[in-house]
Write a protein that binds this ligand. Sequence first.
Ligand code: ADP
Ligand code: MG
Length: 230
Amino acid sequence: MLAVEQLSHSFTNGGETTPVLHHIDFKVDKGEMVALLGSSGSGKSTLLNLMAGLMKPTSGRIVIGGCGIETMNENRLAEFRRSQIGFIFQSYELIPHLTVRENVELPLVFQGMKAKLRREKATSLLDKVGLGGKTEMFPSQLSGGQQQRVSIARSLVTEPAIVFADEPTGNLDTKTEKEIIDLLIELNRTLRITFVIVTHELEVAKRTQRVIQLRDGRLVEDAAWAGEAQ
Ligand code: ADP
Ligand code: MG
């Protein structure tokens, strides 16, 4: 499903080059739930943004469903991202003046899908994330955990090949964090969604099947866990 091959990245600001990722290699199979663990500044977000096609790597390859995304032109990559990649942000990134249902429908609007089908898909996913009764509310009327559920539904609505999440529970209290991880595990089990979840918390990482650990931009561990996900 995903292959990262000899991936390296440096940022260049004002003539100064800072290497951030060094020769990263790993593969993720369809249906896997993987945690990307590391302390702050270890390069987790950079790696996730590269894999999701939000920026181009300095060198190396990123292959998703057989397609190398690092060589795609801007239009092709934008289209690929819209159809094949889901993304969940720490800060939810919902549109405040759209209802919960409209937020979830938005990626389908960009695909040109008809309103009736969009509504059916969004409503069904909102049911699955436990928000069946809140579809016509606005994001500001929901708790943080509920807003993240909306964002999770939105990430899945296009039936992407893979979903990336950057510290999805970073803004939530411990109890809500557990509920959101429970939900991601359930979605992984029941819908066979492939997830790569960035976290700096060992307790979150332990609940997945596999943990890939970064330290100072290098992959230092890639281990299967007796996690709860399938
Ligand atoms: P993490 O998500 O693990 O906290 P990041 O990927 O955000 O780590 O950052 C890794 C390193 O890259 C850090 O040293 C950070 O300062 C640096 N970095 C991130 N983004 C940029 C950027 N746009 N320009 C320069 N340096 C950056
Ligand atoms: Mg980060």
